[in-house]
Design a protein around this ligand. Structure first.
Ligand code: PEP
Length: 250
């Protein structure tokens, strides 16, 4: 089965609910596509406004984080059930900013993946190496460990629903994109690991995205690679020109 390209935006801590409404209304015609799945992951407080604005369009809305407990005394956290009730269908976990600034570990990521799946939310599980790790030549060992732990106790049936986003930390928000060959090498390595863990057929179904300074000028070359099934896009998903990334092949 051919994997559909997913163009996923990560708005990070940008846009108020009213700005969200206006931007999605403006962006919707530009990101219309029959061929590519379109997702905007927005701050939790923006989700209801985003869902409302995206009604009747091809844009799916996701969260940028969740907590792995069901509910309870976890001040400030957002549960999977809350995301679903607000209309989110995807959720990001393990983004390098959450790992760096908020101490998210591979074990946390694994619990978040499992909780998201329990609630029928599509997990967008991020992994990525630092520049030092790349220079030390340990990129693939590091990524394999992140992905292996992130997917612990995730069944073959469930892993097909997971989206894995390979995001080299040195390429996020820096304007430095990994070359298409560098990105493909790691995305292929992730698929090889999925083959080892789950077999060929399952590995062929899992979508692996590249993220790190994706823009309208480099999306086509990246998305044309065999093992890259779209992008997780930060800065460039906050502009209507995100439509040029969605329609990279036009
Ligand atoms: C991201 O935050 O996931 C990201 C890839 O950001 P940017 O596209 O801005 O590098």
């Amino acid at each position: 089965m051919a994997r559909r390209i997913l163009a996923a935006g990560n708005w990070k801590m940008n846009k108020t609910p009213s700005e969200t409404k206006a931007l999605i209304a403006e962006m919707a015609p530009a990101v219309a596509s029959d061929e590519v799945d379109v997702l905007l992951c927005v701050p939790a407080i923006d989700i209801p406004a985003a869902v409302e604005a995206a009604k009747g369009t091809n844009i799916a809305i996701g969260g940028e984080n969740l907590y792995f407990e069901e509910s309870g005394a976890y001040t400030g956290e957002i549960s999977a059930e809350m995301l679903v009730d607000a209309g989110a269908t995807y959720v990001i976990m393990g983004h390098s900013e959450r790992r760096d600034y908020f101490g998210e570990t591979d074990e946390d990521v694994n619990k978040k993946v499992i909780k998201a799946l329990e609630h029928n939310l599509v997990p967008v599980m991020c992994c990525g190496e630092s520049l030092t790790q790349r220079e030390q030549g340990i990129t693939m060992d590091w990524i394999r460990q992140q992905v292996k732990i992130g997917l612990l106790n995730v069944s073959a049936e469930d892993v097909k629903k997971v989206v894995i986003a390979y995001e080299p930390i040195w390429a996020i928000g820096t304007g430095k994109t990994a070359t298409a060959d560098q990105a493909e090498e790691v995305c292929k390595g992730i698929r090889d690991l999925l083959r080892e863990l789950y077999g060929d057929a399952v590995a062929e179904e899992v979508r692996v995205l590249y993220g790190g300074s994706v823009n309208p000028g480099n999306a086509a070359e990246l998305f044309a690679k065999e093992d890259i099934d779209g992008g997780l896009v930060g800065g460039a998903s906050l502009k209507t020109s995100f439509g040029e990334i969605v329609n990279y092949n036009k």
